[in-house]
Design a protein around this ligand. Sequence first.
Ligand code: NAD
Length: 255
Amino acid sequence: MGKGHLDKIAVVTGAAGGIGQAFAKRLAQDGAHVVIADLNPATETVKLVEAAGRRAIACKCDVASPDSVAALAKDVELTFGRCDILINNAGIYPLKPFDEMTFADWRHVMSINLDAAFLTVSAFIPGMKQRGWGRIVNMSSSTVSTVVTHYAHYIASKGGVVGFTRALASEFGAYGITVNAISPSLTRSPGTLSRAPRFGRNSMDEEFAALAARQAIPRPEIPEDLVGAMSFLTSDDAAFMTGQTLYVDGGMVRV
Ligand code: NAD
């Protein structure tokens, strides 16, 4: 059991697979009940949460849509009555050279990676304030702090996540609510494993190996590498830590 997680209600966006699924599983093992908000069916994640002896519901939700997030908030309220822990994990990372990037490409990435956090936080923070306890963890990326091309929209959105995290921390620290971010390196997930490798790389395995060679811990990151930091940040132990971005990236970025 985690410290303070028992019977808490956690909402994890983008938890049908990948990093979000690993987060949902760990939160359940820590003692929380989990709401999975994803565009995709989340049967597998529901089973993982239930196998840990906790309750789970899967809500089909487009986190970039105000109406869809409002429906999610209603489902959470009806089923569990509250959200104590919010993990803004859903995100996309389409590669596009800036020269070819349209405003529509830019807005699409911003809407899912940054606007969505505005929507979910707006939906769940009033209840956290009222109860005087809340944990918010937002997913940033080590691409914000390294040399990476063809990700202008993505890096801008993840830099925005860091700024939003700091702003919320200042605004809600007095209410027992902490807001932090986690910044991974390139991590093996359905999203990264299914994307085309970068120009000059023959496969994603080659790209994973190249990234790993830039880390102090020279092996590709996997979702399970991130769950310990998330568990800590959502625990009572982290009650005095807010506005921070934890680089859980094998030691690539040092701040
Ligand atoms: P993934 O593509 O494997 O999974 C993302 C999940 O989000 C999917 O289940 C997908 O259906 C869901 N999703 C996408 N758009 C959505 C929307 N509009 N509404 C609801 N759900 C939506 O991704 P991942 O690799 O597990 O990444 C998770 C998070 O971690 C993202 O925010 C990503 O930017 C961040 N991150 C990932 C890496 C990496 O290398 N994998 C590195 C740094 C940061």
